[in-house]
Design a protein around this ligand. Structure first.
Ligand SMILES: Cc1cc2nc3c(=O)[nH]c(=O)nc-3n(C[C@H](O)[C@H](O)[C@H](O)COP(=O)(O)OP(=O)(O)OC[C@H]3O[C@@H](n4cnc5c(N)ncnc54)[C@H](O)[C@@H]3O)c2cc1C
Ligand code: FES
Length: 273
């Protein structure tokens, strides 16, 4: 375990639906106070034996809390066994938290204006990223895509940050009708990107492919917060490997929990995904 990674029991402060997703707020014990955007945590969702494995979640926000310790926001989709059990947690219950895990997004400095692109619940790490870049004075534009208006969560957070926001929905219920990558492409075609610009993206696989192609077309370094099935989260079990091209030209299966979860899109061997 990396020296800064801790395992602890955290008190649940809030856990409720927001639109089609859920928002969990828990009290950190100080372990995550130095966590950076792109890093994640593993949550034990149930005290019993099944499900044995923890589930990985991005840190969506670090909010000020008592005695300098943060309250941590997690945005999640309730899908199958583990995430459904997580919805049962009530304020006063506890969850097992392991973190911070993985590496943060690269750059995050004024020399690299950011285009933040999310699809659906892929917005989770982007809220943290956007708040962090704002504090550091890094220029940013945010592109939020969702299937429908109820899939757009934490929109008010981006609005409070007063960053330019581009919204698309697949069904046209909010923002532009279409995919978020079309909006990104139109922005870049209009020549609006400043020198040094980088793209940070998180969302479903088809969106990852599309955003990578756009980044490639406009020669803009693109960083993906990769979501792979995980078990240990600590670099031991190899469940989470992803094909990454090396400088030698060979492709190596790389642990996304340990070397990732952020990868530069041009290094992913898409033919092997
Ligand atoms: C680095 C990282 C950050 C993530 N952040 C978020 C987030 O902020 N919000 C959110 O809603 N989801 C996030 N996910 C996806 C989330 O972990 C899965 O949706 C969740 O594990 C599914 O659990 P389940 O019990 O519903 O599904 P099940 O199918 O019952 O899970 C079974 C097993 O598969 C693994 N698994 C299934 N789907 C995924 C997946 N997409 N990624 C990784 N492991 C998976 C589980 O960890 C578990 O070991 C993240 C994934 C990763 C890798
Ligand atoms: S989840 Fe075990 S090595 Fe990555």
């Amino acid at each position: 375990m990396a020296p800064s990674v801790q395992s602890y029991e955290a008190l649940v402060l809030e856990n409720h639906p927001v639109g089609n997703y859920h928002r969990l707020l828990f009290q950190d014990n100080g372990a995550l106070s130095k966590a950076l955007p792109g890093q994640f945590i593993n949550i034990r969702v149930f005290e019993g034996v099944v499900p044995l494995l923890r589930r990985p979640f991005s840190i969506a926000r670090l909010l000020p809390g008592p005695k300098g310790k943060h309250r941590v926001e997690v945005l999640y989709a309730s899908l199958r066994q583990g995430t459904q059990l997580l919805t049962d947690k009530r304020p006063g219950n506890t969850i097992g938290v392991l973190g911070p895990l993985g590496h943060p997004f690269p750059h995050m400095d004024k020399k690299h204006p950011a285009l933040i692109v999310s699809g659906g619940i892929g917005v989770a790490p982007m809220v943290f990223l956007s708040e962090y870049l704002k504090k550091k004075g890094v220029p940013q534009e945010v592109f939020l895509g969702a299937r429908t208006a109820d899939d757009l969560v934490d929109l008010e957070v981006f609005k409070r940050l007063k960053v330019p926001i581009h919204i698309t929905t697949d069904d046209g219920s909010k923002g532009r009708h279409g995919f978020v990558t079309q909006e990104l492409e139109a922005y870049l075609e209009a020549g609006k990107a400043k020198p040094g610009t980088v793209i940070y993206a998180c969302g479903p696989r088809p969106m990852f492919r599309a955003v990578s192609q756009v980044g490639d077309e406009f020669k803009i370094p693109t960083y993906l917060s990769w979501e792979e099935h995980m078990a240990c989260g600590l670099g031991i079990c190899l469940t989470c490997v992803c094909p990454v091209k090396q400088e030698s030209g060979q492709t190596k299966m790389v642990r996304s929990c340990y070397e990732g979860p952020v990868f530069e899109a041009s290094t992913i061997d898409w033919e092997r995904i």
